[in-house]
Design a protein around this ligand. Sequence first.
Ligand code: ZN
Length: 151
Amino acid sequence: MSADLTELYQQVILDHNRRPRNRGKLPAANRVAHGDNPSCGDQCSVYLRLDGDRIAEISFDGSGCAISQASASLMTTQLKGKTSAEAQSLYDQFHEIVTTGKEPEEISDIAAFAGVHTFPARIKCATLGWHAALNALKGDAAPATTESHTD
Ligand code: ZN
């Protein structure tokens, strides 16, 4: 990765920390799921308003480290308007980026988290909000898990 790109990606994470997107409870939510990451102390609740199979509105609320909160904020911007299949596909891409550091061919904000792969303990921080969102989509409020996806 070029130095310029590294800088750009750091800015993405800082920006989501300073100005979290879609933060707070969603009054019209028809799905809610909560995830927590006890190894770091991160908490994240995700609220969805599903319109059929599409995510019409999404928000998150939580507390924890910078990675977990920035990732949850970014996740909401990525998943809004998506179907559950599209959301799963985006999560699979994100999971690959944070576990392998392999970047997508196109420049994407989710690639800002590629550096996380060098800090394995932080992978759970980065995926926490995504797991909660997928659990909310499935109508499953079970605690977020960290099963691995290989592709
Ligand atoms: Zn964390």
